[in-house]
Design a protein around this ligand. Structure first.
Ligand SMILES: [Zn+2]
Length: 156
């Protein structure tokens, strides 16, 4: 044991009892860990929180408190909620992309004419804007119009 006191008791300038609640989770080798947590939550709150938990959960709780305290110091407004929000946005983006890809697959699977020519068009459409599912229909319409260019001239 380094000097016999944990980081918390050293910081609070008190004797470290044998059954110190902080001692296993705030070693004297990492004084910054305790000062961080103390600054955000307060030593007595941290002590109470750890005491209320079964022993096997305390280490994880101490790690979590340290992480949350660090985030709060870095970002006083949002704390770790800022990171959570960013991750939620990433999940939403990924889900939107997945839904788009699934809609595209479903669209191609239910294409009415699975002929070789059609498949060429499908490959082309993948490189185009994937959100535009009307691309094929529009393209079919355009190409059929091109096949009978004389039709339109009858109107003039
Ligand atoms: Zn202690």
């Amino acid at each position: 044991m380094n000097s016999g006191r944990c980081a918390a008791c050293k910081y609070l300038r008190r004797r470290c009892p044998k059954d110190c609640i902080f001692s296993p989770y705030f070693p004297p080798t990492n004084p910054q860990r305790f000062s961080c947590v103390h600054r955000i939550f307060g030593a007595s709150n941290v002590g109470k929180m750890l005491q209320q938990l079964p022993e096997h959960l305390r280490e994880e709780a101490a790690d979590t408190l340290y992480y949350e305290a660090q985030c709060r110091i870095e970002n006083p407004v949002y704390g770790c909620v800022g990171i959570i929000t960013q991750l939620h946005e990433q999940i939403n983006d990924a889900e939107r992309e997945l839904a788009r890809a699934q809609a595209q697959i479903a669209f191609h699977q239910h294409s009415p004419h699975p002929q070789p020519q059609q498949q060429v068009q499908v490959e082309v459409s993948e490189s185009a804007d994937i959100t535009d599912s009307s691309w094929l229909e529009q393209n079919e319409f355009d190409s059929s119009a091109l096949l009978s260019p004389l039709d339109s001239t009858w109107f003039f």
